[in-house]
Design a binder for this molecule. Sequence first.
Ligand SMILES: Cc1cc2nc3c(=O)[nH]c(=O)nc-3n(C[C@H](O)[C@H](O)[C@H](O)COP(=O)(O)OP(=O)(O)OC[C@H]3O[C@@H](n4cnc5c(N)ncnc54)[C@H](O)[C@@H]3O)c2cc1C
Length: 395
Amino acid sequence: MSTDSTTVVLIIGGGLGGLALAQLLLQSSSSIKVLVFERDRDENSREQGYCIGLDSMGLNVLHKIRVLDNLLCDKSDAVYTLSYFRLVNKYLQKLIDFNAKDNKLVYREDLRRALLTNIDVQWNKRFISYKIFDDGIEAYFEDGTSTRGTILIGCDGAKSIVRAQLIPEFQRNDLHIINVGGTVEQNDNMKQIQQLTKQCLVRIFGTQGHSLLILPFRQSWIWALSWPEKENHEEINLTSIQLINKARQYFNNDEIVRLIELSSSSTNIGPYRLYSALCLKQNPFPNNSRVTLLGDAAHLMTTHAGKGANTTFADAFDLANLLLNPSSSTLSDYEQKMFKRGFSAVQMSLFSTKMIHLTGWRASLRNCIFSIICYTMLLINLVSIPFRWYKNKSD
Ligand SMILES: Cc1cc2nc3c(=O)[nH]c(=O)nc-3n(C[C@H](O)[C@H](O)[C@H](O)COP(=O)(O)OP(=O)(O)OC[C@H]3O[C@@H](n4cnc5c(N)ncnc54)[C@H](O)[C@@H]3O)c2cc1C
C-alpha cells in the first residue's frame, strides 16, 4: 500500500460500513482521497424501514465519528434505549428477560443519512469488476466507466461482487428460513403487546418454528415474522390474507393477528430468504495488498444475534486505523482480526437463528430451559437480599 500523500481509497458500497469507513478516514486525514461508489440511484431510492440494534462494540466506533454527535447525543430522539430483551412463549407469558441497557436502537435510515454527511457519494455506480496493476487498482462500473485508486475496499454487502472476484469459492448458505417485517402505529387497544414491549424488544415463540420479534420505536411497533420453509423453495410471496392467517394459525392470539392486520403493506420488508456465510474455521481472505473486504461482504450473518452492523463498524474502525497508520500493522493483521470477530459472530447468529426456529419437543425443551434459568436467577436474587442488605449497612 502506498504511504505517500496520494493514497486513493476506492470504497465500493455506500451502506453502513462503507460510509463509516469513509467518515473515519476523512475526519482524520487530508492526504487520503476517499471515493465512494454506490449502485443506488440516490439516497432515497430504497426502503430501509427497520431499526438497527447497536451494542457497545458498534457504539464505541460510532461515537468516534464526529458527524454522528447530534444523532447519538443523550437528547437525540433518533436513538432509543431499551431495558430488556424479552423472550415470550406463544401464550405471551414471559420466559426470561436479558438486560439490554447498554444497547440502543436507531432507525437505519436516520443512521445512514447522518453517515452521508459531507460525503460526496458517486450514485448510480454499479461496480462490476476490478483489475490489479503494479502501481494501483482499477474499478469498473456497469455504465462503462472506470476509476483508478491505491486500494479497493469491498463494502458491497451480502451479495458482494468484490468478494465474488476476490474469493470465488466463498459460499452463501440458504438457511431455508423466511422473514417478513412491517411497522404499525402503537395502539392502546393492544394492551398485552403494549405491556410486553414497554422498553423491551420482545421475541415471541409461536408453534412450528414461527417466531415474531416486536420492538417499540417512537410511536410504532416494528415487527419481523420468520419461519422455517416447509419444503425447498416454498412460495414466499404471501398475500396479506395469507400472512394474517399465518399469525392466526401459529400464534393463536388476537392482538398478534391485529398487529399484522393493521400493518400497512407498503411498509413491509420482504418476504425474503435468510442467508449466512458458512462457519469457517480458517481465514479465507487472501491477503491481497490492493483489495480487501468489510462487513456483510466479508462475513454475512443472520440478523438474529444483532451483530451484523456492529461487527461492520468494528471492521471499519480497524481498517481506517490501518489506512491512516500504514506502518502500525498490515492488511493481513486486519483480515485476521476481522475474520475472528466476524466469523464468531456468524456462528453466534446461526446458533440464535436455529434456536429461535426450533420445532416440536426441542422447542418445548428450549422454553423449559429459559424458564428454569429465569426462576433460578430470581431465587438467587431473593436469597442474596439479606446479604446485600448487610453489606450495604456495614459499608
Ligand atoms: C431487517 C434487518 C435488521 C437488522 N438488524 C440489525 C441489528 O439490529 N443489529 C446489527 O448489528 N445488524 C443488523 N442488521 C444487519 C446490518 O444491517 C448489516 O450487517 C449491515 O448493514 C452491513 O453493512 P455493510 O456496509 O456491510 O452492508 P450494507 O449496509 O448492506 O451496504 C452495502 C451497500 O453496497 C451497495 N452495493 C451492493 N452491490 C453494489 C455494487 N455492485 N456496486 C455498488 N454498490 C453496491 C448496496 O446498495 C448497499 O448500499 C439487520 C439487517 C436487516 C436486513
